[in-house]
Design a binder for this molecule. Structure first.
Ligand code: PEP
Ligand code: MN
Length: 359
């Protein structure tokens, strides 16, 4: 952070700033030009109040500095998220998840292999889940998705089977060896969902539920953070920072479409999110083209585009009979469509020097 003083500032004003910095455990380095004085602020790491002394400068310090007498401006030079940033962690993070269905017994998200996660939007019944799990596993999916606790925009929409849904997911995992990804909606449910899930999903509507992020951080479980539908990269990476700051390093980002003026699609899939987060962060980034488009006929093309742009995994909604789905039927692909998509994805993965199917 750099504090730029007004050209009319006095020594008293400069000393005032230096004293303020010292009071907050920071050091100011003075640089006196002909016209004005600038003060470089050092001591970012550890100056946060977060237990363990990690992270970045508390943003309220910058805001307070802006208000001090004869301060012209405060310029931030490093990212407000430290633990999530590429700047501080040049090496890619790889999140490992136990998976009985693959040789080696675990999958790696963020490595060379593109991971296929598939399953219904929502667990509806044992038959629906088992049929889907068996089919997607057969085609090469290695993680099973399925919501048990569902956020619903309308209070009259289907909100999931709850614990009964979690139990069915655990049954499917026992049968097909696929780890489970499922959403957790409240801090008080984290412990319960952790008993069943291998990967926690934080939904778009909850990306800024900071109590939930803290609790997911404390759980240590691999966690997918969906991008808030109106969130910037910075807000999204600060959400990741919350989980990381609690000591949970198993954080995965997920692009799932953002809100724009366009109404033809449910959301606007931001394909630039894959290369952009790769520049900003070391965290794996996955793609959800189902919520991203809201249309079954766009899921395949957006999946291919995501892998081409660098997605580390795909999270796709598949339903044995989408017309009968209790939730998100219009964006759920059929089992034959999934079967058709896999070899196409394999080709694109190979074209970008990656591989897809993990046996
Ligand atoms: C989902 O994956 O079914 C879902 C509700 O996701 P999102 O939070 O991205 O809308
Ligand atoms: Mn859905």
């Amino acid at each position: 952070m750099i504090v730029v003083m007004k050209s009319t500032s006095s020594d008293l004003d400069v000393n005032h700033v230096l004293q303020f910095l010292e009071n907050h455990g920071l050091t100011g380095h003075l640089s006196q030009g002909v016209e004005r004085t600038v003060i470089g602020v050092l001591g970012a790491v550890g100056a946060t109040g977060i237990p363990g002394g990690i992270g970045g400068i508390n943003p309220s310090i910058g805001e307070a500095l802006e208000g001090l007498p004869n301060v012209e401006s405060v310029v931030r030079v490093s990212k407000p998220y430290k633990l999530a940033s590429r700047e501080f962690h040049p090496e890619d993070t790889i999140v490992e998840v136990p998976a009985a269905c693959v040789s080696g017994g675990k999958i790696r998200i963020g490595g060379k292999e593109v991971v296929m996660m598939a399953g219904p939007c929502t667990v509806e019944s044992e038959k629906q889940l088992m049929t889907t799990a068996e089919a997607v596993r057969k085609e090469g999916a290695v993680v099973l998705r399925g919501g048990a606790f569902k956020p619903s925009t309308s209070p009259y929409g289907f909100r999931g089977l709850g614990v009964a849904g979690l139990k069915l997911l655990a049954k499917a995992r026992a049968e097909f060896g696929m780890p489970i990804i499922t959403e957790v909606m409240t801090p008080t449910d984290v412990e319960l969902v952790c008993e069943y899930a291998d990967i926690l999903q934080i939904g778009t509507r909850n990306m800024q539920n900071y109590m939930l992020l803290d609790e997911v951080g404390r759980s240590g479980k691999p966690a997918v953070i969906k991008r808030g539908m109106s969130s910037t990269f910075e807000e999204w990476l600060l959400a990741a920072e919350y989980v990381l700051a609690q000591g949970n390093r198993n954080v995965i980002l997920c692009e799932r479409g953002i809100r724009t003026f366009e109404k033809a699609t449910r959301n606007t899939m931001d394909i630039s999110a894959f290369p952009m987060t790769r520049i900003l962060s070391h965290l794996p980034i996955i793609s959800d083209p189902s919520q991203g488009t809201g249309r079954r006929d766009l899921v395949g093309p957006m999946s291919l585009a995501s892998v081409a742009a660098g997605a580390d995994a795909l999270l796709i909604e598949v339903h044995p009979n989408p017309d009968e789905a209790l939730k998100d039927g219009a964006q759920s692909i059929t089992i034959p469509q999934f079967r058709e998509l896999m070899p196409q994805l394999e080709n694109v993965a190979r074209a970008v020097n990656r591989s897809l199917v993990i046996k």
